[in-house]
Design a protein around this ligand. Sequence first.
Ligand SMILES: Nc1ncnc2c1ncn2[C@@H]1O[C@H](COP(=O)(O)OP(=O)(O)OP(=O)(O)O)[C@@H](O)[C@H]1O
Ligand SMILES: [Mg+2]
Length: 382
Amino acid sequence: MTTVAEGAVALVDDERDWNPSTKAGWFAMADTPARSRPRSATTGELKAMAPGERFVYDHARAAWHANIGPIRTPGIDALFETLDEVVGANRQDGEKVKAAVVLDALPGLGKTTAALSFGQAFHRTQIELYGAQVPATGGYWQRIPVVYLGLTSNTTMRSLNAMLCRFYGLPGADRGNADWLANRAAECVANCKTRLVIVDDVHFLDVNRRDGREVANHFKWLANTFPVTFFFVGVGLRARGLLDEGLCGADAAFSQTARRWSVASLDPFEIATKTGRATWRQLLLGIERELVLANAYRGMIARDLADYLFARSSGHFASLMSLLARGCYRSVKTGIETLSVELLDAVRIDQAAETAREHLHASLAAGLLPAGTDRTRREGAA
Ligand SMILES: Nc1ncnc2c1ncn2[C@@H]1O[C@H](COP(=O)(O)OP(=O)(O)OP(=O)(O)O)[C@@H](O)[C@H]1O
Ligand SMILES: [Mg+2]
């Protein structure tokens, strides 16, 4: 284990372990400036660093590489456009029906990252435009433009309302019945001028159960009672019946809602089409610029590892970014300070990506996928 040498610069713990499902965590995340990229150092400069300085520098690089982004891709741009349109146009008076947006995509494609990123930008704009406080008789309320909730299995009407109350930091969120909690949560939504409620991992709702249907109806009630846009995020929502019957579907109480929702998706990256390859390359170029390795060079990943990285990640953001973060960590630790097939081959990532990898490697080697510029292919290393 590495130890910090005597007299070393004290290590600043900059792990940002906030919980965006609480007001305090959400504000901390929205108010904290983005990390800044550690400066690049040459191999000579690395060698000249005192052990303590080097430890601090490598620590900063590990944190940086683990948090690159959020990178804007064409898919994310399209999603933000839809969100902006719906939220911006949802200014109907109280008695009118408000639209919702649903993001339904496979696991690990960056849904939560995109939702949080949009939410943060929206939060900042609202506070900039309207101020941090909402005037009220005898005082003021804190403006809380965005609420973020991550559902869990067995979310019931009561636990959902408790979650909402907990987000707003209301005391007694664990006590009281569902109705009492619902009223308190609704008061907060109204008083704090909440405009956007992001509900993540909605696939945990089971519309075949009474609990699940009650929660879905509560969302509709909130959206219809207050000027709130709901942004539902989850995996396989259509297949689970959450779109047509559950969250957005028609029922006796909210028959108009069905027509007022937009469904967006995020697709895995692909390299089978020209556009897909161009997007993949653009993404890798963007990431390449962010890496801080002494022996990095232009084209290190965007040219020489493009096919390899696709095969390893099967075009999933989560697998790609964790492979690169771990690869960079290993590269720093071993002193290689560059990324290569040999180095990345030793890095294991999630099982789904590892299984897909074998299949894709075989397709790439057999030329079943369109030719790229990847050095692995040219040298037959795949
Ligand atoms: N736009 C992005 N830029 C950079 N990295 C990203 C981006 N989107 C996702 N990632 C990486 O992928 C990881 C997983 O992303 P995220 O949690 O947003 O996916 P998800 O679709 O919500 O997954 P799940 O279905 O498991 O909830 C992130 O921790 C991050 O490392
Ligand atoms: Mg997620």
